[in-house]
Design a protein around this ligand. Structure first.
Ligand SMILES: [Fe+2]
Length: 51
C-alpha cells in the first residue's frame, strides 16, 4: 500500500505526534517529517517511551 506525496502530507496534517518504524519507509518518513517536524520520531527496535 502506498500513497501520493499529497496523500501522505494530508495524513500528516491530521496527526499531533507520531512514532514510526521501518514499515513506514524512508520516503514516506521524509514526507511526514516535512509536515510534522519535531512531532515525528523514528522508533527503532529496543526503544521505549514513557507515557
Ligand atoms: Fe516494520
Amino acid at each position: 500500500m502506498g500513497g501520493t506525496k499529497k496523500d501522505i502530507e494530508a495524513i500528516g496534517k491530521t496527526i499531533d505526534k507520531l512514532y514510526t518504524g521501518h514499515c513506514t519507509g524512508l520516503k514516506a518518513y521524509e514526507i511526514l517529517k516535512g509536515v510534522l517536524g519535531d512531532n515525528i520520531e523514528y522508533f527503532p527496535t529496543g526503544r521505549s517511551v514513557t507515557i
